[in-house]
Design a protein around this ligand. Structure first.
Ligand code: URA
Ligand code: SF4
Length: 228
């Protein structure tokens, strides 16, 4: 009887995707891994759908869809604007010049790409890197929202005025007021900062961007302290 109950319990855990853990010492690790695997599966399903998307005109000119990538168990998620030339060719976010700077920015506060998840508002490249159109944002936005819901980060760093305005549902003209301020989206902390491509054009903004990055690190450390 007792064994049956136990079996039933483990079966239900398995169904819930939590995995079966026999050893007390490895319980947390195994559970964490299982959660990650659950997220990977749901994200993969979404990715398959997005790779075939034709909801807006950008599907006609894209080479590759850039779904996003990174650690699905991350604390920090980064949201950019849209793929550029390199990203469109490779199907990966932030692999061009702006991406190199982004890597350095992360490194400066002790993170790497493996620690975070990176996605864009638009999954396909606007021709000639023009600004995203309102109808393209409307068509694509739900994919990003789903990614956030699946990944459940604690902190979102929005890169530039488009990502900031889409996530916070503000006009893009409010970016100058919002950058560097801790905002909220459904209980997730949102920190708007400059887009790395903008920092490449305006080196003078890097000083302020560095303050934002230090604030990001502080938010992360405070969260870790609360958890310990
Ligand atoms: N700029 C973005 O906003 N996203 C990318 O992936 C690359 C450049
Ligand atoms: Fe679909 Fe978004 Fe690509 Fe438009 S940009 S085709 S909505 S994935």
């Amino acid at each position: 009887m007792k064994i049956d109950k136990l079996k039933q319990y483990f079966k239900s855990e398995e169904l819930l995707g939590r995995g079966i853990y026999w050893l007390e010492n490895s319980a947390i690790r195994v559970t964490g891994k299982a959660i990650k695997e659950g997220k990977v599966k749901v994200l993969d399903e979404l990715k398959r759908k997005v790779l075939e998307c034709k909801k807006c005109g950008l599907h006609k000119t894209r080479n590759k869809v850039v779904f996003g990538e990174g650690n699905p168990n991350c604390v920090i998620m980064l949201v950019g604007e849209a793929p550029g030339r390199e990203e469109d060719l490779q199907g990966r976010p932030f692999v061009g010049e702006a991406g190199k700077l982004l890597d350095k920015m992360l490194e400066a506060i002790g993170f790497s790409r493996e620690d975070v998840y990176i996605a864009n508002v638009l999954k396909c490249r606007p021709p000639g890197n023009r600004d995203p159109l309102p109808e393209e944002i409307r068509a694509c936005k739900d994919y990003l929202i789903r990614q956030i819901e699946i990944i459940k980060p604690s902190i979102i760093l929005t890169l530039g005025k488009f990502a900031t305005s889409v996530i916070l549902e503000k006009s893009r003209y409010e970016f100058s007021r919002l950058r560097g301020k801790i905002c909220d989206w459904k209980g997730i902390k949102v920190l708007p900062t400059f887009h790395p491509a903008a920092l490449l054009r305006h080196g003078g903004w890097k000083k302020e961007a560095w303050e934002h990055l230090k604030l990001l690190r502080r938010l992360y450390d405070e969260r870790e302290e609360r958890r310990n």
